[in-house]
Ligand binder design. Structure first.
Ligand code: GUN
Ligand code: ZN
Length: 422
């Protein structure tokens, strides 16, 4: 057992942020949180446990990134008119380099370190179509003890040689990877059709069949990100009611299915997300950078479905959850001009921690400082920069403190990211 004494940020069952100005976080030998609360209330119960005292620091749940591409670390900041030319001119050429296992290993190593430096302790990650890229990332996540899910991209059409796979072989490799990695330690496999346009009907059907055979593996893809993409999907799948309906027809909507973006939806799509318990990964820095549009928080309030935040690096511009939360706030403000959703700082933070965990089917496992959760947590320094110190020093309640960190924060706020050690 080991305990940490500092201020605490956590969430109750109603998504409300709780703040203890002087708290205690007790971690058991199994790597799970054994107790948490105010230091005054808990000190006697844990009198024999060694305590690390961290005055002036805030302990918070490790962030959960619901959608990020590790092979696109070097694609960040590549300008394009929109999604489709960006994929063709930058993303596919970069991803083709991951046929080289050494390049994959070096990139995976950098990626994992960058996640942790930014306070992201769990993630659902796209690898490339090369099985070796998946092996490289899982190996390094396992060495770090991180809870991480990834999968090999299925993409058997409309993408260049070097990144395209073959229908049956891609599915076979996915199943081999499930058997090799899924459920090993804290790792999980995600069946990963890149998006509807780049898989044949046969490959999407095979992905759906795999999802049926392995009900506790994740599914990840993209949907309704960009208007040109939406038009292309309508041409390719004329029988589908909508872009999202393509995935439903192939058996790719269920719990633990996660679709990035979900921008150009109607309420029938939203109801389908809700009714199948499929989750949205909201990627606001990417949506702003690629000019894709704004996730509609207003419509989400009308027809709620599982959701959380994601960086979508390299369409996204930053590994930092603080940047992502701020961009989500801007997206919510866009909604506000239409009807009236303003995202509170607690709601933003929830979407990148406990909410993201819930959307991934990992509620009570990661994303919160609650008894029984795996002890992935951050030591934040609200005085990390002169401006942060000045502004957080004047915060008179929790919302002001959280907003100051969301607006001014980045990797400098994250003094330490602790990954649960069993
Ligand atoms: N749609 C299909 N592939 C991608 C990708 O790599 N990034 C984003 N943002 N959208 C996609
Ligand atoms: Zn993406």
């Amino acid at each position: 057992m080991k305990a940490y004494r500092a201020a605490l940020l956590r969430f109750d069952d109603n998504r409300q942020a709780l703040h203890d100005s002087d708290g205690l976080l007790v971690v058991g030998d199994d790597g799970r949180i054994a107790d948490v609360g105010s230091w005054q209330a808990l000190r006697e119960r844990h009198a024999n446990v060694p305590v690390e005292h961290l005055p002036g620091r805030l302990l918070a749940p490790g962030f959960v990134d619901m959608h990020i591409h590790y092979p696109q670390t070097d694609v960040i900041g590549s300008p394009a008119d929109g999604l489709l030319p960006w994929l063709e001119n930058y993303t596919f050429p970069h991803e083709s380099r991951f046929s080289d296992a050494q390049h994959a290993a070096e990139s995976a190593d950098f990626f994992i370190e960058e996640l942790l430096r930014n306070g992201v302790t769990s993630a659902l990650v796209f690898s490339t179509s090369h099985a070796a890229s998946v092996d490289a990332l899982f190996s390094l996540a396992e060495a770090r003890g991180m809870r991480l899910m990834t999968g090999k991209c299925l993409q058997d059409r409309f993408c260049p040689e070097g990144v395209a796979d073959q229908t049956e072989q891609g599915l076979r490799e996915s199943e081999e990877l499930i058997q090799r990695w899924h459920g090993r330690g804290r790792l999980g496999y995600a069946i990963t059709p890149r998006f509807a346009p780049t898989s044949t009907d046969a490959q999407l059907a095979g992905a759906g069949e795999l999802a049926r055979q392995y009900p506790d593996v994740w599914i990840q893809s993209h949907v309704a990100e960009n208007l040109a993409e939406v038009r292309w999907v309508a041409e390719l799948f004329p029988q589908a009611r909508s872009y999202l309906d393509v995935y439903d027809r192939f058996g790719l909507m269920r719990e633990r299915a996660v679709y990035a973006h979900c921008i150009h939806f109607d309420d029938t799509d939203r109801a389908l997300m809700r009714d199948t318990r499929t989750a949205a990964a909201i990627c606001p820095t990417s949506n702003l950078f690629l000019g894709s549009g704004f996730f509609d928080y207003d419509a989400l309030a009308r027809v709620p479905f599982l959701h959380g935040l994601a960086s979508d690096v390299g369409g996204g511009t930053s590994f930092s959850p603080f940047h992502t939360m701020l961009a989500a706030y801007y997206a919510g403000r866009e909604g506000l001009t239409k009807a009236g959703v303003s995202l509170s700082p607690g709601a933003l933070w929830w979407q990148h921690t406990a909410g993201a965990a819930q959307a991934l089917g990992l509620e009570g496992v990661v994303g919160n400082l609650a008894v029984g959760c795996e002890a992935d947590f951050l030591v934040l320094d609200p005085q990390a920069t002169p401006l942060l110190a000045r502004r957080t020093g004047q915060a008179s309640h929790l919302d002001e403190l959280l907003f100051a960190m969301i607006v001014l924060g980045d990797d400098r706020l994250v003094e330490r990211a602790v990954v649960a050690q069993a």
